[in-house]
Design a protein around this ligand. Structure first.
Ligand SMILES: Cc1cc2nc3c(=O)[nH]c(=O)nc-3n(C[C@H](O)[C@H](O)[C@H](O)COP(=O)(O)OP(=O)(O)OC[C@H]3O[C@@H](n4cnc5c(N)ncnc54)[C@H](O)[C@@H]3O)c2cc1C
Length: 397
């Protein structure tokens, strides 16, 4: 019925391969991945083979050298068909942003070739969604006496692609500062997922994004070379703010947008084909249903406008770019939850009973709000920014 606009923004050279991969390998698997909770290996591999896992990698290591806007288009488009697959790619892109800035050439080349999947291991059991305050430790040297190694210990509470990624961008307290901190003091490491001492502590069994393998991972006496450090000791938060965080926040908003587009399209198609036989009318002929659909469309379009403005602010280095970045995930996540709820109400029992993809999309839509920085944390960050306050109180305040 043509109510959803065409997928937007830039015409990149990846557009045609992207739709081919989605039609062949991502879309057909989505319902089964949701049902079984299986990791979307085939879709991720196909995206890698098509060059899409190397989209953000620099051309000098063989990557696509594409913009964050292009990555947002990929995540939105994949997310509209399989939000689990999109989550895996989104966490990979966020990790790649750090690795591109501070990682080794050989891994960057593998990523560019689509032969290396990464993810972020920030959230911890101890500090929960406050990932800016890692409790995990890094100690110079290891038990075997080696001085050019570092020993990492942590209980990571959530790592997407746990046990499936090739590496994790891992946060710890700084080597030089092992005390508890309210936030902002951290060091980042590139940890191979096969490193001895790492263990995926439980199979992921969540409400939505069920194929994303977002499991807890524990690290006990994990020894990495000292040069596995990504950036300076203690510079982790600044690096995350400059690389992983903007990438994650913008792309998470793009994922919410993709889910919203799918919800609106699914609801519109349902209204067009479902009949009230006693009235000889479709649901689309009911003014109340049309108005409800319009509200979902308008909410979705408002998020698209906000996301585009955020991307424009970033690409033109506008003064409000940092504020937009802090806002955009909260705007999109809350809107996605609202549109998911509205689509369920609009399509009624058919949506509640898995007759439509709305039931799956509803569950997938709810994750963004609780992925850190959560909506509450982002509201606090935005409020602090408006008031000219630092994002965190200094220790002891
Ligand atoms: C599908 C999925 C994939 C994920 N993938 C990754 C990943 O790859 N890497 C990674 O590092 N993490 C990942 N996470 C973890 C995520 O980023 C959060 O850390 C996690 O969801 C927080 O859950 P929690 O129960 O620990 O939250 P809690 O910290 O217990 O928060 C629970 C609720 O309380 C609110 N809250 C917390 N503190 C305050 C406060 N001081 N004031 C007011 N409200 C507060 C929060 O906003 C939240 O709504 C993932 C999460 C999900 C759902």
């Amino acid at each position: 019925m043509g109510i959803a606009p065409e997928f937007p923004v830039t015409a990149t050279r990846y557009e045609s391969v992207l739709s081919a991969v989605i039609e062949r390998s991502v879309g057909p698997q989505a319902a089964e991945i949701d049902r079984t909770g299986a990791f979307p290996r085939e879709g991720v591999q196909a995206l890698g083979d098509a060059g899409l896992l190397g989209l953000l990698s620099a051309p000098n290591v063989g990557g696509g050298g594409e913009s964050l806007a292009a990555a947002a288009q990929v995540i939105e488009t994949v997310g509209a068909r399989c939000a689990s697959t999109a989550t895996v790619v989104l966490m990979h892109y966020a990790a790649v942003a750090v690795i591109e800035a501070h990682g080794p050439q050989d891994i960057r080349r593998l990523i560019a070739r689509g032969d290396h999947l990464s993810s972020l291991a920030f959230s911890e059991v101890g500090s929960r969604s406050h990932f800016w305050a890692p409790m995990g430790t890094a100690k110079a040297g290891s038990e075997d006496g080696s001085e050019d190694t570092v020993q990492l210990d942590a209980r990571k509470s959530w790592v997407t692609s746990a046990g499936h990624a090739d590496s994790y961008v891992w946060s710890s307290r700084p080597l030089a500062h092992q005390e508890k901190d309210a936030g902002g003091a951290m060091t980042l490491w590139l940890v191979p997922s096969k490193a001895a001492g790492l263990r995926v502590a439980a199979k992921f069994d969540g409400l939505g994004l069920r194929g994303s393998a977002s499991s807890p991972v524990s690290g006990v006496n994990v020894v990495v070379p000292a040069d596995a450090r990504l950036g300076d000791d203690g510079a982790g938060w600044d690096i995350a703010m400059a690389t992983a965080l903007p990438t994650f926040l913008v792309l998470n908003a793009a994922l919410s947008l993709g889910i919203m587009e799918a919800l609106v399209a699914e609801a519109g198609a349902h209204l067009a084909r479902s009949r009230l036989q006693h009235l000889d009318q479709t649901l689309a002929e009911q003014p109340v249903s049309r108005a409800a659909l319009a509200r979902l469309r308008i909410r979705t379009d408002s998020v698209r406008a906000f996301l585009r403005d955020t991307l424009a602010a970033l690409s033109t280095e506008r003064d409000d770019a940092a504020l937009r970045v802090l806002e955009v995930k909260a705007v999109a996540a809350e809107a996605a939850a609202e549109v998911a709820d509205g689509a369920l109400q609009l399509c009624g029992g058919a949506a509640f009973r898995k007759e439509l993809a709305i039931e799956r999309l509803f569950r997938d839509a709810l994750a963004a709000r609780v992925m850190a920085p959560t909506t509450e944390a982002l509201h606090d960050f935005v409020g602090r920014t408006c008031l000219g306050l630092p994002l965190f109180d200094a220790p002891g305040e």
